[in-house]
Write a protein that binds this ligand. Sequence first.
Ligand SMILES: *Cc1c(COP(=O)(O)O)cnc(C)c1O
Length: 379
Amino acid sequence: MIPYSRQNIEEEDITAVTAALRSDFLTTGPLVDKFEKAVADYVGSQYGVAVSSGTAALHCAMFALGIKPGDEVIVPPITFAATANSVCFLGGIPVFADVEPDTLLIDPSKIEEKISNKTKAIIGVDYAGLPCDWDRLRKIANDHKLALVADSCQALGAEYRGKKAGSIADMTAFSFHPVKHITTGEGGMITTNNQQLERKMRTFRNHGIDTDFRQREETNSWFYAMTDLGYNYRLTDIQSALGLSQLKRLPTFLEQRDRLAKRYDKAFEKNDAVIPLSTKIDCFHAYHLYVVRIDRKVIPRDRAFSELRKAGIGVNVHHIPVHLHPYYKTTFNYTRGLCPIAEQAFEEIISLPIWPGMKDKEIETVIQQINKVTEKQQL
Ligand SMILES: *Cc1c(COP(=O)(O)O)cnc(C)c1O
């Protein structure tokens, strides 16, 4: 089976992790700081706060904003559930604003009608690796005095009008899960230029305690204060060693994803039944996912999916519109019809394999099989 995504681990990654294992710190040591600075520098942001997952990153961001029970946060339906879940963790209400039909990114023209006096923030999701229309999102956020958060878990390395994902919103969440651009096994980070938010997130990831063990050792003090109810969301030094080593190859990873995407684009120009999602000229697409719509008049997506799986192509579907999950239906009474554009797209989308290290022969096989599955039905 050719998977839709997979990690890229080289000997240098293994060497880096081994060295961390031989060092004095397995967790909360110098490599965490180094990794935070390296990611923050890379994206062009002042601070990076490393955490144990992309989900933890989003939870930290919502906590730092002070989201409380009953507060509303606007989110898109086409995303991984964790985006909206992070609002629910604090008792908040995720309010879904529908997506643009061609990119499946949150539609700025659908946001204002969803704003109420309880709205506190907007989370834009750089779905598949393509940045949202951040200038328009910023204007809406400013006009209504809302915080602007980016879920760029799929978009490390993406660029919007010359700015990297991670330097645009008030806070940006990244994930280092093995299917994402770089991995630490599990891991995540929030980047921000706001020192107050950064401090709150640092405390929150460490039980709500205002200093960490190493800082206390350095100042020879046993005193610490737990000021908030936080979690253990720390990233380890072992994981940071892997992250630092992976980050060095990120430019190469992005180039390879871009090259594979262009190859797919070209192949599907000749196949009317396979329509890639739109890209944007003012953005660099990080291509975490390569998503196409399958023309349902030619073959229903579900049949294309099972035929491709049978042929050894590890296609996937990203994502089930979040408001249609049973939890959201029962907790918030959300129903079909809330976001019609997302719901219709969901019936047609399929994610094709794309990852750095994917061989020419593998992408050729995928293209051949897609053409075969969508052609057969046309006869
Ligand atoms: C992967 C992902 C997350 C969650 O990241 P984890 O590291 O798996 O917790 C959140 N949002 C989006 C859009 C993602 O793709």
